[in-house]
Design a protein around this ligand. Structure first.
Ligand code: HPA
Length: 286
């Protein structure tokens, strides 16, 4: 039986890079496999991981410095294995700022997956559509975002905890070739797929009718509460990024209906095979 290192999230004496390195070593001790692609599975999308032939599955609670996943339908485990003969590392469940995590903690797994070897990040989420041409179950490939979620030091009481990667944000964050590849998969397999702009809000509430109107007015196609921190981190670690949004509810601000977390999970699950098709196609090109 492998000896488990205790999870010491509250280790302010360690530098950020020491935490990343301890978490990476913990995984490394248990597998020699070097993942090429990192996958973050958002709300209702965790099932994609079941297509991976697993070599190693680690609950977040066992990985040093990993936060715990509390959000609905987020399983909270890291899976290393193969999909389409490519080694991947997947997060079944992610960390949201609305759960109370400091930004640096929420993006630590991205550093760890990059340090394990991944140079592509595929990140997914469930979102609310504000583009009236979108329908529940559609996929939107993110080609841009508007970050209304945090500024550089939001939620950071201790400046030394700032994730180093976020100190050097880029501007062309989303890989154009990967966007094209995703769109082509949608066309080939005949499902509705769009390219658009994701607006990130901190949440935790789904938006009010005024917020949905604002999101549309400022140029958003969908709105959600995640993804931007991971994208910024991955980009500044020189990873190529593909971000896929499963549209679960389409907001009609004038006749707004209640959105429930259960409904979001159910519709995201319906979109999951489309996501799997895109990821599988991408891996075949590597
Ligand atoms: N707003 C924010 N996040 C979401 C939504 C929404 O309407 N639907 C799914 N995730």
């Amino acid at each position: 039986m492998q000896q488990r290192i205790p999870n010491f999230m509250s280790s302010p004496e360690l530098s950020y890079s020491e935490k990343v390195s301890q978490a990476t070593s913990f995984v490394r001790q248990q597998t020699d496999s070097v993942p090429r692609v990192a996958i973050i599975l958002g709300t209702g999308l965790g099932k994609l991981a079941t297509h991976i032939t697993p070599e190693l599955t680690l609950p977040y609670a066992e990985i040093p410095h990993f936060p715990q996943s509390t959000a609905l339908s987020h399983q909270g485990q890291l899976v290393v294995g193969t999909l389409e003969e490519i080694t991947v590392v997947a997060m079944q469940g992610r960390f949201h700022l609305y759960e109370g995590y400091p930004l640096a903690d929420a993006v630590l797994p991205v550093h760890v997956m990059q340090s394990l070897g991944a140079d592509i990040l595929v990140v997914s989420n469930a979102s609310g559509g504000v583009n009236p041409k979108y329908a529940g179950g559609d996929i939107m490939v993110m080609s841009s975002h508007i970050n209304l979620m945090f500024r550089q030091n939001h939620q950071l009481s201790n400046a030394s905890l700032i994730a180093p990667a976020l100190e050097q944000p880029g501007t062309l964050l989303y890989d154009q070739d990967l966007i094209e590849l995703a769109l082509q998969t949608g066309r080939d397999q005949d499902f509705a797929i769009h390219e658009g702009c994701y607006v990130s809000l901190t949440g935790p509430n789904y938006e009010t009718r005024s917020e949905y109107r604002m999101v549309r007015k400022i140029g958003g196609d969908v709105v959600g509460m995640s993804t931007v921190p991971e994208v910024l981190t991955a980009h500044s670690l020189n990873m190529r990024v593909l971000a896929l949004s499963a549209v679960t509810n389409v907001a009609k601000p004038n006749v707004l209906t209640e959105t429930t977390a259960e409904e979001v999970v159910d519709i995201a699950r319906l979109a999951e095979p489309k996501l799997t098709a895109i990821v599988t196609n991408l891996l075949r090109t590597l």
